[in-house]
Design a protein around this ligand. Sequence first.
Ligand code: FNR
Length: 385
Amino acid sequence: MATVSRRGALVGGAGGAAALSLSANAGASAPQPGQALAADTPLVSLSDYEAAAQKRLSPAAWAYFSGGSADEITLRHNREALDRLRLKPRALVDVTKIDTSVTLLGQKLPHPILLAPISSHLLAHPDAEVATAKGAGLAQAILVASTVSNRSIEDIRQAASQPVWFQLYVGDDRGAVKALIQRAEAAGCKALCITADNPLAYARNREERTKAIQPQLPFPNLGITAGPGGRGQSRRHFNWADLEWIRSFSKTPIVLKGLINPDDADEAAKRGVDAMVVSNHGGRVLDTGPASIEALPLVADRVAGRVPILFDSGVRRGTDIVKALAHGASAVLIGRPYVYGLSVGGPEGVQRVVEILRTELEGAMALTGKTRITDIDRSVLWPGA
Ligand code: FNR
């Protein structure tokens, strides 16, 4: 196995999460990924973390984390479609108290930001998902731990002080799938997040170009060593019958992740999933499909409140969260941004990324005149948005 260096460790550590800054060269105040910043420039937005992470990660790690599929049209579209939506400001509302808490699967959470399942955290930090779990604890966020993590689900759970959900890739070997579910349940995971949208790796060109320099990583949940993403087992078989089979014995709520087509969402609701995630896997599966935020209102209309809906793919600002909640989501997940936080600042970097987003969410709620999450509806969207 190639070694992964400690380059992703804390910078500016003495001051804690709030003091994270970029140790690089001079630059401007509104950075783009890859743009140089002065060493003492504080990291104040998720795009600052992205730019800082690009400097720290190896080229193979950067290609793996930042890339999408094929021409990355859907990857870009996720952001463009969120940016295109306009919010409607609201004046003269008493916003002294803003309550960002939500209840999800019966559990009260202080904010609606979850950490999406992402593989291969060892590329970002030497303690891999164990460091992420600590960061999730600091951020008071649910971590959805990937099947293809570099640390075992037992180790991740042990490091966590907040609920952990287990993301499951349903491989073709039913015996292995059942054993993994039972391991996750025994470890104390609070939900099973079953990924529906990724039966194969479709044209991951950016990753493929770095194949020669990719390290081999351990994937203890699967007992394999492989390149980033850990593909080893086939998961092409997974279909609705397999989902029924899992429901027949699993003890934890099932969250189906990766639905874009309203027909699929309808089917999932009929089949009794406990929640679903509208997601296009951060633009890493079907390229030229719609932005996740474009699918969300269609799915929400079709599901019509039968099942809570979560949203991901492209969330980078508090305003994005308001837009997702307005279109029917109960909560959002972030993917790449917290991994960039992990790479730049370890657990405190994860915490800081969530804190930035949560503070922005409070601000965006105040400026749209909403003081509680459940008050956010389509009235915050500018007509035609
Ligand atoms: C992912 N995603 C993902 N999803 C999943 O169900 N299991 C997994 O192991 C992974 N691994 C993974 C690796 C990397 C590098 C990325 C970027 C994404 C998808 C992830 O859970 C989530 O849907 C997206 O990351 C959300 O988009 P943003 O927030 O990254 O734009």
